[in-house]
Design a protein around this ligand. Sequence first.
Ligand code: UDP
Ligand code: MG
Length: 340
Amino acid sequence: FGPALPGVVLPRPEAAAVRDGTFHDVHVSCVLPCLNEARNLRELLPLLRTRLDTLCRSWEIIVVDDGSTDETPELMARWSQVPGFRYLQLSRNFGKEAALSAGLEAADGDVVISMDADLQHSPELIDRMLARWSAGADMVYAVRSHRDDEPALKRLGSRLFYRLLSSHGRVDVPAHAGDFRLMDRRVVDALIALPERTRFMKGLYAWVGFKAEPLPYVPGDRAHGSSHFRPLQLGRLALDGLTAFTTWPLRMASLVGGLFATLSIAYGCYVVGEYLVKGNIVAGWTTIVAALLFFAGLNLISLGIVGEYVARIFDEVKGRPLYVVRSRRGTGTRSRRAGM
Ligand code: UDP
Ligand code: MG
């Protein structure tokens, strides 16, 4: 373990968890990003504790509070006195991707499981994830078996998004996979080492590589409350994903620009030729207006595409931290394991 080269992630010494087909001795971290999920947490935390208790000797559940305004802090003040429960309160709402990153950084398990707190991600699936990990997978991600429960427009949007995202070829982001996944310590270390601030996690999971295996599942219904991702938020997330993982829109803007420049040179030659042959022709007002509006629109679209990338560069250059922690409570259970 000499000095690390930039860009090379060396495994931590404790990363070498034994994968011998059992996982009783493995330290498992569960990361739950939460925004106003107190009612769901009340149901989920006991369920999760029972599940983890039967599966492994040492575990921790990290609730990352992404600026909740409900009774999550009071609830977690009680839960964080129970060994194994940790509470990380961010200073405001930083967004799910940042909350997830905060949880991954705080987790010290040999494997880390990230899941939503609304009971859509069933703790029942954790056994199968651990079994896959134990059999050699570095990352096990839950994939929706179908999206029939979603409105047709959302399904269409998500299909279009994955088509656009995968059109650059290098990193293959699996469609219909969310943030319900198990990651080996090495995967988590690689994710934490990524310096970027626009954290489109679905893309980053794919970018780090490793041996990833899909696990089909049917998400449950949200137990309480409603989704935080309405069309506007989904659109913003999609733009973040596209700008973080593709450059083809920029190339497309120059290609379309090039194509129309060539066409307009040809048309210019034609117009001049016509003038020379037929004399001064003034007709063509409709053509001029149509062309003017079309090219003005095209210009603005290209400028907008460039602007989207520049905005992300601006965010990266400022170098602000991804999130700010207001308070930390509770302790993990590695000590419990040591005492056994
Ligand atoms: N979440 C968060 N910060 C946010 C939005 C959501 O931590 O700004 C959490 C939320 O509490 C939940 C998870 O992210 O645990 C998934 O959110 P949600 O269920 O609203 O999304 P959906 O299931 O509709 O994709
Ligand atoms: Mg949900």
